[in-house]
Ligand binder design. Structure first.
Ligand SMILES: Cc1cc2nc3c(=O)[nH]c(=O)nc-3n(C[C@H](O)[C@H](O)[C@H](O)COP(=O)(O)OP(=O)(O)OC[C@H]3O[C@@H](n4cnc5c(N)ncnc54)[C@H](O)[C@@H]3O)c2cc1C
Length: 382
């Protein structure tokens, strides 16, 4: 059952990729979502389909074998996949987050070396967070120090999306050298000496995704520096501007799935002689969820459109991520309420989505950090 709600008007290329994503989601991703959650295993079969269909490297420029898609196209694909399987949507989003430092700031040589590998499924992950540095990235403790003509990177990253499954990692490390001061981004290959991944998080939701640590005592040369030395935080923030729209699209997709399930159940289930959707207490919750979902979609697709037109989305992207993740929370919570006791027990789609949703308000900048970004922009404009 499709919901009769507002949907974005897509340009023809975005519509084409939306349709590819919708077919795969209907055929493969949605039917496996419950099993993925139950077994908590990384869905290599889904990843293979994302790679073979071109969806995994949608954002890679065409000259390197990708689709050269814009953020609107990326958003509709992430939204569509997330309607069927939150884990697969999150995997796709982590692909995007990991690859964008390279796309935004890589050298032509790095593009030639790494982008075709992304197209072949050798994904790249974004490795910024550490034990002492999540929201507060100024506190990074991983270092890169000169050793001969190379760099020795030492430290431990945590909570890496697609960790272990990705071949490459963009690692943000602090450099204090006579020529460079500040955080610098480096590409690290998990196959090189001194790279260890030995912890996978046991998560509340999106249980089909890998979230790992990354221990580093390893050496890379100058050719592995991404972007300007010392300007790594700026690169991380530019990447997160895009990543936040992608998380907003995940959130819109999940909110849609929750509302769709809740509407069907509220129409089917009868109490006191009537469908529960006709009890105002339930019908109004669904009306509010639908309104929030539509507003979340509008913010998400407008942020993507402005980015594609060359605009600055540092504030609008934060608003889209903040609002859409909270809309997903509202919709998933309403779905649990609609299902009643069944919604609190496994296996129930409402129970699963309620757990899957929670991380959307935490990663790529928690809701508090998005509010901080928006408040700072307000202050600057005053
Ligand atoms: C499943 C998952 C996947 C992830 N994927 C990645 C990834 O691919 N790459 C990566 O680098 N990281 C990743 N992360 C890390 C994620 O981005 C961080 O967990 C997040 O930014 C929060 O940081 P923290 O956990 O250190 O919490 P903290 O920064 O310690 O924050 C704890 C709480 O305090 C609040 N808080 C902190 N500072 C302020 C403030 N100034 N004002 C108000 N409130 C504040 C926060 O909002 C939060 O509620 C992932 C995390 C998870 C759970």
């Amino acid at each position: 059952m499709a919901l009769a709600l507002w949907e974005p008007t897509l340009h023809s290329e975005a519509q084409r990729w939306h349709d590819v994503a919708a077919n795969l989601t209907r055929e493969y991703f949605a039917p496996a979502a419950e099993q993925l959650d139950r077994e908590g295993t990384y869905p290599w079969g889904h990843v293979k389909q994302l790679v073979q269909s071109g969806l995994a490297a949608l954002f890679v420029p065409t000259e390197f074998g990708g689709q050269g898609a814009d953020l609107t196209t990326i958003s509709t694909v992430v939204d569509t996949v997330s309607r069927g399987c939150a884990s697969t949507g999150a995997i796709l989003s982590a692909y995007i987050l990991g690859a964008f430092p390279l796309i935004l700031a890589g050298t032509p040589e790095q593009h030639r070396e790494f982008l075709p590998q992304l197209v072949d499924g050798n994904a790249m992950s974004f490795a910024l967070t550490e034990e002492g540095a999540g929201s507060d990235v100024s506190n990074l403790a991983t270092t890169a120090t000169r050793e001969g003509g190379n760099w020795r990177i030492r430290g431990e990253k945590i909570y890496i999306g697609n960790g272990g499954a990705s071949r490459f990692y963009v690692v943000f490390a602090r450099v204090n050298d006579e020529s460079v001061t500040g955080v610098t981004a480096f590409i690290v290959d998990k196959e090189q000496d001194g790279v260890v991944i030995d912890r996978y998080e046991d998560k509340m939701g999106i249980r089909g995704t890998n979230t790992s640590n990354l221990k580093l005592d390893t050496v890379v040369d100058d050719s592995r520096i991404v972007g300007q030395p010392g300007k790594g935080i700026r690169l991380a923030l530019s990447t997160l501007n895009i990543g936040r729209v992608s998380v907003a699209a995940q959130s819109a997709g999940l909110a849609y799935a929750a509302l769709q399930a809740a509407t069907a159940e509220a129409t089917r289930r009868h109490t006191f002689g009537t469908a529960i959707i006709d009890h105002q207490g339930i019908g109004f919750q669904l009306a509010d969820a639908a309104t929030r979902l539509t507003a979340a979609q509008m913010l998400t697709y407008e942020a993507a459109r402005i980015y594609d037109a060359g605009g600055d989305i540092s504030t609008l992207g934060a608003m889209a991520k903040l609002y859409a993740s909270e809309a997903a929370h509202y919709a998933a919570n309403a779905a649990v309420q609609v299902y009643g006791g069944e919604g609190y027990c496994k296996p129930c789609i409402a129970e699963r989505l309620y757990r899957d949703q929670r991380v959307l308000e935490i990663y790529e900048g928690s809701s508090e950090i998005q509010r901080l970004v928006i408040a700072r922009a307000l202050k600057k404009s005053a």
